[in-house]
Write a protein that binds this ligand. Structure first.
Ligand code: SF4
Length: 399
């Protein structure tokens, strides 16, 4: 990490605004999202603004406004909200900080909740980056995932986004989906690449406790239909993606993320670099790296309770933690390794903790011997083999 980048992330802040509503609940999802017949759009949006005003006073940002590097409106399904609500949100949040000239403003969109007019409205509202949740471009897989859109709708939403003027679009795909094979996953990926998105995220389906998928595939021991792919097929999908996206000119800059040069997600990079961010809305998390080794807090999960608490007292904090030096170091090591192009930057690490990464991470030498991590001077990085086994490396890091 260069010194300039370090200064930038230390002074600047990112804001995440969570919109927790969805059209339907996907059977694999354990996010705190709710399906609401009557979308309380106006009231919820006002609560986000009220919460921000309270936090700005509480954290003392009103006396010295922080530079704002990124705003990310995620969910849930933020594209259920009208362009008017998004515009109000964006303009209020920007006015509360000093936005950087090249601020990144992302909105997550689901293909079946957008059309050209709505996308133009988001563009006018100041959104300059879209993240579209394709999940798959094969209809049978979308059906198995319980998604409400078709592959054709996903492709048309991308075209509409380009027509609306978005020059920075990310798309998400999931691998390890029921009914998926290495070939069908590769087909989805090829279709996505042909569109030329600036950013591609690939997520491995996880079976979270309490979800219908967990019941079907863990409790039923994968006897449900369609079945999940075998673990070696999942590895094959990831491997195929590394090859295909590399050939297409995408940089594999984070374990699950690829981007065209210069099109990394500024907001997500802030999370991985240990930068400050403020989370607004139900279940949102916030992190400030000072004072001490950092403080994290999180909001109530239930949107109705969130709104009630904000109405009553301006904030809806459900819990918080103050990091110890050891916790902050372990986080910095894991997050640093996730950034494949950059790794754990030894200069920044030493400046923050007073020791080099190798001194803080006793097992580094054995992981180097096993070919899972490599060194660039004092910096540590995951090797291609380490990327495939990254979860194992992170577990060993946690000790
Ligand atoms: S659309 Fe996304 S947030 Fe909503 S239920 Fe489906 S996976 Fe969860």
């Amino acid at each position: 990490m260069g010194i300039l980048w370090k200064e930038k992330i230390e002074k600047a802040v990112g804001v995440y605004a969570h919109i927790p509503y969805c059209v339907a609940k996907c059977p694999y999802c354990d996010f705190k999202s709710v399906v609401s017949r009557e979308l309380p759009e106006k009231r919820y949006a006002e609560c986000l603004l009220r919460e921000l005003s309270s936090l700005i006073k509480k954290e003392g940002f009103d006396s010295s406004p922080r530079p704002l590097e990124s705003l990310y409106i995620g969910g849930g399904t933020p594209s259920l909200f009208s362009p008017a609500s998004i515009e109000r949100l964006v303009s209020f949040i920007l006015s509360a900080f000093t936005p950087l000239k090249d601020i990144e403003i992302t909105l997550e969109a689901n293909p079946d909740t957008v059309d050209l007019e709505k996308l133009k409205g988001y563009k006018r509202a100041g959104v300059n980056r879209l993240s579209i949740g394709f999940q798959s471009l094969i209809d049978a897989e979308l059906k198995a995932l319980g998604r409400t859109h078709s592959a054709d709708k996903a492709l048309r939403s991308f075209d509409a986004a380009r027509s609306a003027g978005f020059a920075n679009i990310g798309v998400d795909l999931i691998f390890g989906v029921p009914a998926q094979s290495v070939d069908s996953f590769t087909e989805s990926l090829q279709k996505a690449v042909r569109l030329g998105p600036e950013h591609i995220s690939l997520y491995n389906l996880t079976l979270e406790e309490g979800t219908p998928f967990h019941g079907s595939y863990v409790k039923e021991k994968n006897r449900s239909t369609p079945p999940l792919p075998a673990e070696e097929d999942e590895l094959g999908m990831y491997g195929a993606a590394v090859e295909l996206l590399g050939e297409a000119g995408y940089i594999h800059y984070e374990v699950s993320n690829w981007a065209l040069p210069g099109r990394y997600s500024v907001h997500n990079r802030r999370y991985w670099s240990g930068g400050d961010y403020i989370g607004l809305g139900s279940s949102a998390h916030s992190f400030l790296s000072a004072p001490g080794w950092g403080r994290r807090w999180w909001n109530e999960n239930d949107p109705a309770l969130y709104m009630k608490l904000v109405d009553e007292g301006g904030v809806a904090e459900a819990g918080s933690e103050i990091l110890t030096r050891e916790e902050a170091m372990t986080e910095a090591l894991i997050l640093g390794l996730r950034m494949l192009d950059r790794g754990i930057d030894a200069v920044s690490f030493k400046a923050r903790f007073g020791v080099y990464p190798k001194e803080a991470f006793g097992e580094w030498a054995s992981l180097v011997k096993e070919g899972l991590i490599g060194c660039r001077g004092e910096d540590l990085l995951l090797t291609p083999a380490g990327v495939l086994l990254s979860n194992e490396v992170f577990l060993r890091l946690k000790g």
